[in-house]
Design a protein around this ligand. Structure first.
Ligand code: MG
Length: 397
């Protein structure tokens, strides 16, 4: 989390040349660099199962590393964002979406002098709870689990990091810090939602916005790439139009692909810069001086200016109508829903077909929850293979 240039600010007299690097040095650096309302790793409420602190890494850096090394994180590579994975190699997947979210979030965190490591941990974990086939997958699991505790991806992300990952002998889950886990409890609509449900840090609030900036810009890009929408249609959107007029003025001739990429970059940059400027203003206006002050405020703190918020909503509405509800997207994900439903029924009717570890979990948590966890954990392609194994007569099981 130390930007290279900031190291210059640390006086050489404070850190003797021969001194060995330690976590405490990093924690001191946080005190120097971070804003008073940023979450410091040394101030963390800690972990459910107490552990000795690491020699080199802060508590949040350790959280981030545990997330990157977990199974659910690797599965993001083959889970649908909007386009089903096998539709093409260049579309965003949950993994690339997660990485884009993380990069955007880190830039904003640094600019606002928030804790970049906490932001990184929360961003990398924010979509771990998504099942296969995007939101359609989530919807069908929610339907199937009605009356059995339901299904929601944020709750599922918590379940994964608190219970389902089995990497450590001493405890279930990843034993992440309290702040990282609370950061996963989102996320209503960041521009108007309630913030009372979680222990508030600006770091977690920030990830909600970075997530939105990432998906609106890359879904626009993927929508154009996949021919779901055309450049003529998106010219009607203010954010696109503004960027494309600028490019027309600046470059006499430019390749269409470069132009599209440049516009997307300009849109991201505009949203990010606006969020940073407006959020700084808000923090000052609300006189937020400490992490403690955040507890008393139950309305949005970070956010876009009114003008950009309006333009961003215009883009989101456009994407809902023209990309997420496009018949080709609906076909892709609807197919996925049918697979999930059929598999759910097969497993429920005859739990003996389930792998032993799932059967074991069914004895602990009930068959519905165990089957739901199993399905939610699947990648798109695993779900497709599994469907084939059950329903294709000549497929080997
Ligand atoms: Mg996301």
């Amino acid at each position: 989390m130390i930007p290279a240039t900031s190291q210059r600010k640390v006086k050489s007299s404070q850190v003797p040349a021969g001194e060995k690097f330690s976590r405490q040095m990093y924690e001191d650096l946080e005190d120097t660099l971070l804003a008073p309302y940023a979450m410091r790793s040394s101030q963390s409420y800690g972990r459910t199962h107490p552990e000795k602190e690491h020699e080199l890494r802060t508590a949040f850096q350790r959280d981030r590393d545990r997330i990157v090394h977990c199974t659910a994180f690797r599965r993001l590579e083959y889970k649908t964002q909007v386009f089903v994975n096998h539709e093409g190699d260049h579309y965003r997947t949950r993994l690339t979406h997660t990485l884009e979210t993380c990069q955007i979030a880190r830039t904003i965190a640094r600019a606002l002098r928030l804790n970049e490591d906490l932001v990184e941990a929360v961003s990398l974990a924010h979509d771990l709870g998504h099942g296969p086939f995007g939101h359609a997958g989530e919807d069908v699991l929610a339907q199937l689990m009605k009356g059995h505790g339901g299904f929601e991806h944020n709750t599922q992300a918590l379940r994964i990091v608190e219970k389902l990952e089995e990497s450590y002998p001493g405890f279930p889950g990843l034993n992440l810090t309290y702040e990282t886990r609370e950061g996963l409890k989102k996320h209503v609509d960041p521009s108007g939602g309630t913030y009372g449900r979680r222990y508030r840090t600006l770091e977690a609030d920030l990830v909600d916005f970075a997530d939105e900036i990432a998906y609106t810009s890359h879904d626009l890009d993927d929508g154009l790439r996949g021919d779901l929408i055309t450049e003529d249609e998106v010219e009607k959107i203010y954010l696109w139009h503004h960027a494309s007029s600028y490019i027309r003025r600046k470059y006499a001739s430019i390749q269409p692909v470069q132009k599209r990429r440049l516009i997307i970059r300009l849109i991201i940059n505009r949203l990010v810069m606006d969020l940073i400027h407006h959020s700084r203003y808000q923090v000052e206006r609300l006189r937020i001086q400490s992490v403690h002050d955040l507890r008393k405020i139950h309305k949005p703190i970070l956010g876009f200016s009114k003008e950009i918020d309006r333009h961003h909503r215009e883009l989101k509405d456009f994407l809902v109508q023209n990309v997420y509800q496009h018949y080709r997207v609906v076909r892709m994900t609807d197919k996925g829903q049918r697979f999930l439903k059929s598999l759910f029924e097969v497993y429920l009717k005859k739990p003996q077909v389930l792998p032993p570890d799932v059967q074991k979990r069914a004895r602990q948590d009930g068959i519905h929850r165990a089957v739901c966890d199993y399905l939610a954990g699947m990648t798109d392609r695993f779900a497709l293979d599994e469907f084939q194994r059950f329903f294709e007569p000549y497929e080997r099981v």
